[in-house]
Design a protein around this ligand. Structure first.
Ligand code: ACO
Length: 385
């Protein structure tokens, strides 16, 4: 086979429609607006499950028995702490670093401080996945405290995963509703098929590299504004609009100028993103409890206008439209919205990596060559300036 040239092979820009794996982890029905993890609709998981139970389900393929869950939860909790060497290093980071750069570098560093780094058994790989899921919240909170000139708060193992994250961030045990809303947001972001960051992690893992390197790749990919960062921009848009009365003129002129409204549209969903539907209800409860419904009312108004104007084109709110509202009212700084996404998605990333490794084949696509061929090599001294 010579160089692949245009016309000989089908090229799919952005790999749209390309099937790159067979997976039993999740299924997205973009036309109907349904998402299931391991056979369970997300509505059911958001109603009855917890983030850690859902994490077990996604990683192992079934809902845990009491004993399995107890062991899993203990395993997560006993891995919350960061290695002292990592704490020393984080203290020397530039405090104006983006928290996504911090967690990307720290997950990479886990590969250096890991005691069983040369162990590649299936059990060792699962244990490394659990360590990543356990430590990302500790990394985020530690860096956030340090950059605010505060002491790092050690994890509290008596709390749930979500409660513990908020506790490590803010130094006090969160109220029940705040912890519940965060837990639901984490369930809803935990897994979403072959998205860019998951695929990126799988590509790294497919060379039989290690789990930490694979998750480092995934975090780097999630960081980009086309993937993880839309919820931050939803909040900037609400800042720009300022009031409920200004919503209509803002949206109308944005649409007339063909500007995108952040938190709307999705490559796969052409109906209402089911995650956004669930999160909207919880965002309302949280904003109501905090006594500040302005953002929520503005969001609701934007949604009504958008659905009326562009709903028929399959543009509906996506999960990021309401996650920004939720995180803001939990007191989470905007540059930590995407790290919280990473904390949740670490489950989906590692589940896909572990699943793919069961029947691994290195990812190695090809490119169509559209450059010259058969050029003559001219010695440097004879080349024209
Ligand atoms: N507001 C207004 N118009 C939109 C929007 C939007 N949010 N999204 C898509 N459109 C329009 C586009 O202008 C385009 O119109 P045209 O055909 O007249 O040119 C058409 O719909 C198709 O849009 P594309 O960008 O080609 O759709 P694609 O599937 O490639 O992109 C994406 C999906 C990136 C999510 C897009 O809808 C978007 O940029 N949305 C805003 C950012 C956002 O909310 N991202 C979060 C996604 S969810 C997540 O990552 C967790």
């Amino acid at each position: 086979m010579g160089c692949l040239t245009a016309g000989e092979q089908k090229y799919s820009r952005g790999l749209e429609g390309v099937i790159a794996a067979i997976s039993s982890i999740s299924c997205i029905d973009g036309d109907e607006g349904n998402l299931i993890y391991r056979g369970y609709p997300i509505e059911v998981l958001a109603k009855y499950s917890t983030y850690l139970e859902t994490a077990f389900l996604i990683l192992y393929g079934h809902l845990p028995t009491e004993k399995e869950f107890e062991d899993f939860r203990e395993n997560i909790k006993s891995n919350y702490e960061l290695h002292p060497g990592m704490i020393d290093t984080i203290k020397n980071f530039m405090m104006d670093a983006h928290p996504m750069d911090v967690i990307r570098s720290m997950v990479s560093m886990m590969g250096i401080f890991c005691k069983d780094k040369r162990e590649f058994s299936r059990e060792a790989k699962y244990l490394k996945a659990i360590r990543v899921i356990a430590k990302i919240p500790t990394m985020i909170a530690a860096f956030h405290r340090l950059r605010e000139g505060k002491e790092i708060i050690s994890p509290d193992k008596s709390l749930t995963y979500s409660e513990n994250f908020l506790y490590m961030m803010f130094g006090e045990k969160p109220d029940e509703l705040s912890a519940k809303v965060l837990d639901i947001a984490l369930i809803l972001h935990a897994e979403h098929g072959m998205n860019a960051s998951t695929f990126s992690g799988m590509v790294t893992a497919s060379s039989l590299s290690d789990i930490y390197s694979a998750v480092t790749s995934a975090i780097g990919t999630l960081k980009g504004p086309l993937h993880g960062g839309a919820n931050e921009r939803v909040m900037s848009m609400l800042d720009e609009i300022k009031s409920l009365e200004d919503v209509k003129p803002f949206i109308e002129s944005a649409l007339a100028e063909k500007r995108k409204i952040m938190g709307f549209g999705h490559r796969v969903y052409k109906a209402y993103d089911p995650r956004a539907k669930i999160l909207k209800d919880w965002a309302y409860k949280l904003c109501e409890m905090k006594g500040d419904l302005l953002h929520f009312k503005m969001g609701d108004e934007i949604e009504k206008i958008m659905i009326e104007k562009v709903g028929k084109r399959g543009i509906y709110p996506n999960v990021d439209f309401y996650s920004g509202l939720v995180y803001t009212h939990l007191g989470i700084p905007r540059d930590i919205f995407t790290p919280v996404f990473a904390m949740s998605r670490s489950v989906g990333w590692t589940a896909h990596i572990l699943e793919y490794l069961e029947s691994n084949r290195i990812y190695r696509p090809r490119a169509i060559y559209n450059g010259p061929i058969d050029l003559e090599y001219i010695p440097m001294e004879q080349r024209e300036e």
